[in-house]
Write a protein that binds this ligand. Structure first.
Ligand code: 8YV
Length: 313
């Protein structure tokens, strides 16, 4: 397949990238000093894009590649890929679902525990020598809390199983009630936020969910409530979130994702009731290797004339 030229738009797990570079001729946009020059030299021959759920592939890039046949993306989210532009040209789009469910759910629970029990604060407290001056204030018990899950898909359910093991009660909100699910469904996100202690965001990003968690929802969650976001920064109105945390109308937040990554509002840095992570929910060697290998396997299948393994519906 060395005669097939691939444009690498964003990083891939190192060994998966090496395997891709052995099988295909790869041009790395994310390593290029001069992206425009790289495209000008190679755009006419590129037949596949390898990207990820952060870098995506926008309409301009798709239009610049006249022979493009497939966009193979690492990650489950496809919000930064212009799916309409791809569909209009009959370009296949693939992602890597399922493989990351456990790791994302693990981090969601880790963030929940760290935020409610102030684990990062406790760590800073000990390091700063403050324990010598007195104990850390009490926190709240996780068992017995209600977790409201926004986006009750496969990852949402993996989070629910873990939260239940910690004695939490689960309720959920999504576009519609799901048949055969025992947990209570809320048609209104605001009503759910009002009734839960932890609001856990794990729905897809994109225009349909932009700022779903707005000032009203945060107010309903309230001064004792905790927001956890392991989905997309775009789902939460970040300005409203910063304001609610700063004035105390929202209790606490654990955030793995932000509206303009890797930029994080500096106003959050000084808040002890906030735990921050640099978008790492799926970032373990095991999971990123599996995701990386599947990203390359989708390219291999397509260019061997077979159907892609995990096409985006
Ligand atoms: C990755 C993700 O952080 O799958 C997703 O949608 O956001 C994550 O698993 C991302 O793919 C890395 O760019």
């Amino acid at each position: 397949m060395k005669n097939v030229e691939i444009l690498s738009v964003g990083p891939l797990y190192a060994s998966s990238f090496e395997a891709m570079a052995r099988d295909f001729t790869v041009h790395s946009l994310w390593r290029a000093q001069d992206c425009a020059a790289l495209l000008a030299r190679n755009a006419g021959r590129i037949r596949g894009i390898q990207t990820n759920a952060s870098a995506g592939a926008d309409a301009g890039l798709i239009a610049a590649l006249p022979r493009l046949e497939i966009i193979s993306s690492l990650g489950v989210g496809v919000d930064p890929i212009d799916l309409d532009a791809a569909r209009q040209r009959g370009i296949v789009v693939t992602n890597t679902p399922e493989l990351l469910n456990d790791c994302v759910a693990d981090l969601a629970l880790g963030l929940t525990l760290a935020t409610v029990r102030r684990i990062s604060l406790g760590d800073r407290y000990v390091r700063a020598g403050n324990w010598l001056k007195g104990p850390l204030p009490f926190t709240r018990k996780v068992g017995g809390m209600t977790m409201g899950i926004l986006g009750y898909g496969k990852i949402g359910k993996a989070i629910a199983r873990r939260a239940e093991a910690f004695g939490m009660r689960i309720v959920y909100h999504g576009r519609q009630q799901q048949p055969g699910v025992a947990h209570r469904y809320y048609a209104s996100l605001t009503d759910m936020a009002h009734d839960c202690d932890v609001l856990l965001v794990i729905c897809p990003g994109g225009p349909a969910t932009r700022h779903l968690v707005n000032a009203e929802v945060l107010k309903a969650l309230g001064p004792e409530g905790t927001l956890i976001n392991v989905a997309r920064g775009s789902v939460v109105d970040e300005q409203a979130l910063v304001q609610a945390l700063a004035e105390g109308s929202l209790g606490a937040a654990g955030l793995d994702v932000f509206e303009s990554e890797p930029r994080v509002p500096e106003a959050l840095f000084g808040l002890d009731q906030v735990v921050l992570q640099p978008h790492v929910a799926s970032a373990t060697h095991e999971t990123r290797k599996a995701m990386g290998d599947l990203t390359v396997d989708n390219l291999r299948a397509h260019f061997a004339g077979k159907p892609p393994l995990t096409p985006v519906a």
